[in-house]
Design a protein around this ligand. Structure first.
Ligand code: HEC
Length: 470
């Protein structure tokens, strides 16, 4: 049983008290709470209040404390305030529901099954690693060695079935809210034969760790020891901000040999995405050594940051170089609704927050405009939001023809792996895989075309293997 039984049975004394408090008419509280919760809260806190199970409360554990947080929010961390959206009754009911969840044991250690069935394929699921805290990024350094980051500020090397911790990470990581250690990429410079590891993380502002910014660093990789040294800082997406969210932070090498980095807008939608003079809310483009390519789009624009490649982004947490075209494909989190899949093209503005298919988390309108001259339309938008994180394309390897060039996208909100079929630049079908085993954070493909998936919750890395009848 994945979720504790407490979710399914009436909530006893608390529920009785609540029914007494709330309006006589209308459904009883134990039915209202899960409904209200799934409408407004589950996209960030997981289905059925999972985020609150066995919780150590940050802002106080009394009903009053919890009601206050729901009412007023905590904008720095990204918790919206619901005073205008929910009635006092709803807020009371929710706080009781969350306290019930908090009192229950952490019953969430789902074991993925050995096999899953998709519409057209049986797939074997091999668990390679479990017990990680928040696996965030993965990349192969060779056929058999996988690097895995944890947001809490750790990096692991998985080889021959064993996990080795690697030391020597920067000591100015901002492990808070959505921040910490994020993506990892291995790159083999075929011209020099040098190998590099790139990392992205949220970096403390020097002298003032209340502020942070997305940073990109690299170090040589020679696989000699268990420690990194000689980090080189390539880029900091300034300005540093006080929020702890929307760092974005995927890194990839495009088909053009350039280095791309996604930066989220740091939860400051009216400040960053629509100006070229700051770095957040953009996709950036560099030479692999961090210098600025001569053909970047805004080199001649006064006050523009020269590394900007595309702008008007919200929080892009998925990016790949298309294995055939070499184009940069990204996806990004929308607010409530309106996650987007885009091809990030030179100099283009993707519109956030001037156009969006989403609303504010509390339900209010951001804008009624979903299109505008000069602003790009996404290839696809997700309504409701799936909370996309991590992306890979199935390409080559053991996968059948019907799976080739399908995208695999992690869903944080609904806790599954989404298979997205794209034909001629349009999404033609979507399928849910690995449903309900935890928030899917990242997907990796090795040189053989094999697929690996990192999941929070049980903290697993899974290997997916098609079962083909001969
Ligand atoms: C946009 C994402 C988002 C949505 C939607 C959201 N929250 Fe939160 N909430 C957060 C974040 C981020 C935090 C702070 C980090 C954490 O503790 O998880 C937080 C914190 C909280 C806390 C304080 C937890 C503590 O440890 O003290 C409570 C209570 C809470 N949320 C309840 C709710 C309820 C109830 C709803 C729906 C009405 C809701 N949240 C909707 C993001 C969200």
């Amino acid at each position: 049983m994945r979720y504790p039984t407490i979710l399914l049975i009436p909530i006893g004394i608390v529920a009785a008290a609540l029914t007494w408090q709330t309006n006589e008419s209308g459904p009883p509280a134990e039915q209202v709470a899960p409904q209200v919760y799934s409408q407004w809260c589950s996209s960030c806190h997981g289905p059925k209040g999972r985020d609150f199970i066995d919780r150590e409360w940050k802002f106080g554990s009394s009903e009053q404390d919890i009601q206050r947080i729901i009412r007023d929010g905590y904008p720095l961390l990204g918790m919206p305030g619901y005073a205008e959206t929910l009635s006092a009754d709803d807020i009371n009911t929710l706080s009781a529901f969350l306290l019930e969840q908090a009192a229950s044991e952490r019953g969430f250690s789902p074991t993925p099954p050995d096999e899953i069935q998709s519409t057209d394929l049986r797939i074997r699921v091999n668990t390679l690693v479990s017990g990680l805290e928040t696996p965030w990024g993965m990349d192969f350094v060779d056929d058999t060695t996988l690097l895995i980051t944890e947001r809490e500020g750790r990096i692991w090397k998985l080889s021959a079935g064993k996990l080795h911790a690697l030391d020597g990470l920067p000591n100015d990581m901002h492990v808070k809210g959505q921040g910490g250690l994020m993506d990892v990429m291995h790159w083999n410079d075929s011209t020099s034969g040098n190998e590099w590891i790139y990392l992205t993380y949220s970096k403390n502002k020097p002298g003032d760790p209340d502020y942070s910014a997305t940073a990109l660093i690299r170090a040589p990789w020679n696989d000699q020891g268990d420690s990194f040294n000689n980090w080189e800082e390539l880029f900091v997406a300034e300005p540093y901000e006080k929020t702890h969210r929307h760092y974005g932070s995927r890194v990839a090498i495009g088909g053009d040999g350039k280095l791309y980095l996604t930066c989220g807008e740091r939860g400051m939608r009216d400040v960053h995405p629509q100006t070229l003079s700051t770095s957040p809310g953009k996709v950036h483009r560099f030479n692999p050594d961090g210098s600025i390519p001569k053909d970047n789009p805004f080199l001649n624009e006064p006050n523009a940051r020269p590394s900007i490649w595309s702008w008007g982004h919200r929080n892009p947490q998925g990016m790949i170089a298309h294995p055939i075209s070499g184009e940069i494909w990204t996806h990004e989190h929308g607010p409530k609704g309106g996650d987007e899949l885009n091809v990030a093209r030179k100099g283009r503005n993707y519109g956030w927050p001037k156009i969006t298919f989403g609303r504010n988390y509390v339900g209010t309108i951001i804008t009624r405009d979903t299109a505008m001259v000069g602003l790009q339309q996404p290839i696809h938008y997700w309504l409701p939001s799936i909370g996309p994180c991590g992306m890979e394309m199935v390409y080559g390897g053991p996968w059948p023809e019907s799976w080739q060039t399908d995208l695999l996208v992690g869903s944080l909100s609904f806790e599954y792996l989404e298979r997205v079929e794209v034909e001629s630049g349009r999404v033609t079908s979507r399928e849910r895989l690995l449903d309900g085993f935890g928030r899917v954070r990242d997907i990796a493909r090795n040189a053989q075309g094999e697929i690996f998936v990192a999941i929070e919750g049980a903290g697993t890395v899974l290997h997916l293997e098609p079962i083909l009848s001969e």
